[in-house]
Design a protein around this ligand. Sequence first.
Ligand code: C2E
Ligand code: CA
Ligand code: CA
Length: 774
Amino acid sequence: MKTIFTTLLVIFTAVMCVCCIYFKRTKTEVSKSLFRLHCGAIFSCVLYLFSIFNLPALLSYFINSIYYASIHFLLILLTNFIFTLTQFPFKEEHKKYVVSLKKIWLFLFTLDALSFLLNPFFHHEFELSRLFVNKDVFLCWTPRFFWPFQIHLGLCYILSALIFIVLGIKIWQTNRFYRSKYIITIAIFFIVLLINAFFLWLDTYLDFSILLYSVFSIICSYFTIYATTKRVQNTMLQQLSETINIGIFVFNLDRKCIFSNKTAKNLQFTTDALLEELKSLLIYRKDLIKRNIKIILNDQEHTLAEEFCYLLDSQKKICGYILKMNDITEELKRSAEESYRSTHDELTGLLTRKAFYEEGERILKSEPDTERYLICTNIKNFKLLNDLCGSEIGDALLKEFANLLKAEKTKSILSGRITGDRFAILINKEDLDKDHGLEKIFKLENFISDSQLANYKFHILIGIYKITDPTEKIGVMYDKAALTLKHISDNYSINVAYYKKEMLSSLEKNKKILDSFKQALKNNHFKMYLQPQVRCSDEKVAGAEALVRWETENGSSFSPEKFIRVLEDNGQIYRLDQFIWEQAAQTIQRWQAQKIDLSIAVNVSANDFYHLDLFKHFTALVKKYGIPPQKLKLEITETVLIHDLTLHKQTLTKLQDFGFIIEMDDFGSGYSSLMVLKNIDVDILKIDMAFLSKTEHEERSKKILQYVIKMAQKLGIKIIVEGVETLEQAKFLKKLHCDFFQGYLYSKPVSTEEFERKFLQQFQKTGQDGGNDQ
Ligand code: C2E
Ligand code: CA
Ligand code: CA
């Protein structure tokens, strides 16, 4: 009997040791506490094993004392495990109470253990007596029901009760799915207690309950850390396979379908024939099969992505096959749409810049011997059209333009929208030469079909670059084509230009100008020249226009035409303009001090509106020099309004309200003068000398000028005509009752000193009667 018991106990202890190794490997909190619990249990079992042997009395007493104390310790470890398993305390804020409770309990345990260790001497906890049964000697254990033993029992009962309560609450609170592991734990614990009581009551000389404890502890571990996790995994996998949009078929080694998920069942159109075909493929192929197939379902073509792979067991041996079927029709459609969106412009449907460059480079690389051109187009005054007529009209125009380009697709043409109103076209030479390839684009307005656009006139600028080196970056080719546009942007009679090498060298010249500009400004190389503005009625000087001159160190000067445009294009003109405005204000102040009542008109570039707060700047300037705003006139061109009509109009109105006089410069030379006149209330019109130049249409020009002057008079706007070179012109203007003129006839622009010498003396000699009434 003793041998059987000992053997069984050794086996169970060994099983628990194996469990311990497993728990050590699984590094969760629960397995850690199970590890500790099992270590405690192994310790108790080993002690019990020793206690069975017939040892000297005192040693037997000691071993038994430690064994009984260890039962209390085991209960503590069990409580710990239950706490970890149930995540007790359930509220974070209660954690501190549990920590204190554990400390108290450890203290009580220490006292209890001490009391047991003293038992060999005082026999106050239990007595041991020897019993001889069938030649075997057994140690019989009899408790002494003194208070120390009662306290020991009490402590054990309290811990057991605590375990019941915690598990009970957890079972009550937990979702049904996870409840089972707690129910199993509480049931096992209950059975253990019952068995324990039973053996106590039976009063056997061997404690069989210890054998059952080991079995139960192993069952409990299985349910708490292995079975539940597996169950969760299985449920999750099952749900996943039912909810995913991929049809899954599983075949065994005999190629019989042993599982198919919901989607797979819905995919019954993957007829048996199809499966048969795949299965027959499997016989010959050892690798995976992946392919897309097209099928017709509900009269619509669907694309299925098929994947056949092996089902492997834990030893990685083939134990079946998995067929995955995914309906990727929508996905393919979406990705095709996405790739279209990423390469095509949303508004016009043409290629985007990036896509145009990529596709263009591919074409050039694949057929390097074909002669080609790269064309850049620009819609003149597109911004003004947007501002005046609304972006709807602007968009309609862009779409119309793009449609014309798309219609040319039959020819070897690649077109794209680069930015805003700029388009690029890559075209074969013969297509451009033959039947004037892009005629529709060259004369856009004749081919407009959108009725919204019927009443507008458009001017398309076209820059053409002949590709000589197909390996050149297409972006550089585009820049060269775009560079040609700059050379024709001021000219309304030409709208097509071919790129020439000189254009690039002019670009380099511009760079030089820009590089030396700041130094020149610092070194005072810029001078304000004045050109008199003369009253028509008595031919007396009424004011002057400030015109800048750049005097280089070697004494030569170069004309504004050469550098103003460069500075404007590079956003630097505001620095120069500020300098000239300051000079003009200083001069007016000096004249004022000499009681000379003349005004100076300064040029305000369109770019100045972006770099400066013009209202603030001009009001501060006249305050600084103490001059009336009427004396500093502001000449603007229509380009100011082309850039941002509403915003700039506001600034101009504020300036006029403050007292400044606004002159519209170069009136008639631009494109939309009358349109601008309708929108902004200028004080003076400055008519471009081009009206008076001797052309074959001189008579017509004169008539137009006559009517413009009449119109201005009706609107209460004064007129200055500039570029007056002959007496005949002056007489003609007088006849038309024009207010002022400016031109070489009277004087070229001269330095301030020369202006003062020539005109102020004359002005002073005649007294104040030549005063300004502009
Ligand atoms: P603009 O404002 O139209 O100035 C009139 C231009 O016509 C001046 O050229 C002037 O010298 C020239 N001119 C005057 N009378 C006659 C004439 O009878 N016959 C001919 N053929 N020409 C005449 P300039 O000084 O070379 O200036 C050219 C342009 O440069 C100016 O045109 C103006 O747009 C710009 N500019 C000049 N100074 C400045 C400045 O300080 N700031 C800004 N932003 N632009 C300036
Ligand atoms: Ca001017
Ligand atoms: Ca002018």
